[in-house]
Write a protein that binds this ligand. Structure first.
Ligand SMILES: [Zn+2]
Length: 360
């Protein structure tokens, strides 16, 4: 008997909910080693609760208000506009370290987290946000982490800039066509995309590139030719490991559950989601669950909030409904998911209706 025809293990919903809540409860403490990415951790934890459908009814209004306030405390107003910092740093006076500057990836994650928490965005300075995004764009079309070329310049920042413009419904502050040319320059002979031009194709950056191309407003030419699309699909489909059902990030590497998201979401965006084995895919995610909550990158590894969120998001896009019994189906059932912005459709609808400037 093929092991992929075996019953799917349960999704340990209560344990994953506790894992995310526990990580959120520790945030206000002194997790100094996590300072650089604290906003991202908040996003993964709140996102996990949102995906599991418990954020509005299994957390208190006091908790949600304290998480909203924590995010707004990271809102920075500077010479180059307004955005969100990664977290509260030890130094609040330094202006040269980049620590006090808004960060483009953290701004994208903060806006989505606030949308999950149903913030009214009355504190958002929209012109300031547009100015900040513009100040992060480089001459070659790429984007840096912080204004004026600060930090890395790669596809993660470009994707975040496109998500922010898409949520604002305003692309006027950036050069979209120059950014698209930068994305094209990261494409490789395999049909995937590297972090920068001439880099090896990788599942995460391929998702970022394809999502950016599909978020962008229509251009003079199609963003991808039919031949390019077919080649990307082929490379992505072949990154599903036939033995485990999981996805690899690069040719020849071991499967890792976060690539189930990056590869699976990229295929959803291309409309090629029926070309992979969804049952085997979900079996791999199920096998990465840690018995006491959280999901690890591979079976038998320790869990973390990043792999937990991304694997649940992947499962939300590929729950193999027809093959499951009614009971198992209920466990793996999720609300509709938006692969472009990486959040539930309901959350994306909230973002798109509350983040743009009000037109009276
Ligand atoms: Zn991973």
């Amino acid at each position: 008997m093929n092991r992929f025809s075996e019953p799917l293990p349960s999704l340990a919903r209560p344990a994953h909910i506790s894992h995310a809540k526990h990580a959120l409860a520790r945030l206000p403490g002194s997790l100094v080693d996590l300072d650089a990415s604290r906003m991202a951790i908040v996003f993964y934890c709140i996102g996990t609760l949102d995906l599991l459908g418990v954020l509005q009814d299994q957390t208190s209004e006091t908790e949600r208000a304290s998480w909203r306030n924590w995010i707004w405390e990271q809102y920075a107003i500077g010479r180059y506009g307004t955005g969100f910092k990664p977290g509260p740093f030890m130094s609040t006076t330094s202006t040269n370290s980049g620590h006090d500057s808004p960060h483009i990836i953290m701004t994208y994650t903060a806006l989505l987290s606030l949308s999950m928490l149903r913030d009214d965005f009355s504190r958002l300075n929209r012109p300031g946000l547009l100015r900040f995004v513009s100040s992060c764009q480089n001459r070659d079309g790429s984007f840096s982490n912080t204004p004026n070329g600060g930090g890395d310049s790669d596809l993660r920042n470009l994707y975040s800039a496109f998500c922010i413009c898409s949520m604002l419904g305003d692309w006027s502050s950036i050069d979209v066509e120059c950014a698209i040319a930068f994305v094209a320059s990261c494409r490789t002979y395999e049909g995937g995309y590297g972090q920068l031009p001439s880099c090896e194709a990788q599942g995460g950056t391929t998702y970022l590139a394809l999502a950016a191309l599909h978020l962008a407003p229509p251009g003079p030419r199609p963003r991808l030719s039919t031949a390019e699309k077919a080649k990307s699909e082929h490379w992505l489909v072949h990154n599903q490991d036939p033995a485990s059902g999981g996805f690899r990030g690069r040719t020849g590497k071991a499967p890792d559950v976060c690539y189930c998201f990056w590869g699976g979401a990229a295929l959803r965006i291309l409309g090629a989601h029926d070309k992979i084995n969804a049952y085997a895919f979900t079996q791999f995610i199920a096998a990465c669950q840690f018995p006491f909550g959280g999901i690890a990158k591979a079976p038998g590894q320790p869990p973390d909030v990043y792999h937990t969120y991304l694997s649940l998001a992947a499962a939300a896009m590929y729950a193999p409904r027809l093959e499951l019994s009614a009971r198992a189906y209920g466990q793996w059932e999720f609300g509709p998911f938006n692969p472009l912005l990486n959040a539930r459709e309901e959350t994306v609808r909230w973002a798109r209706s509350h983040i743009p400037a009000r037109r009276f």
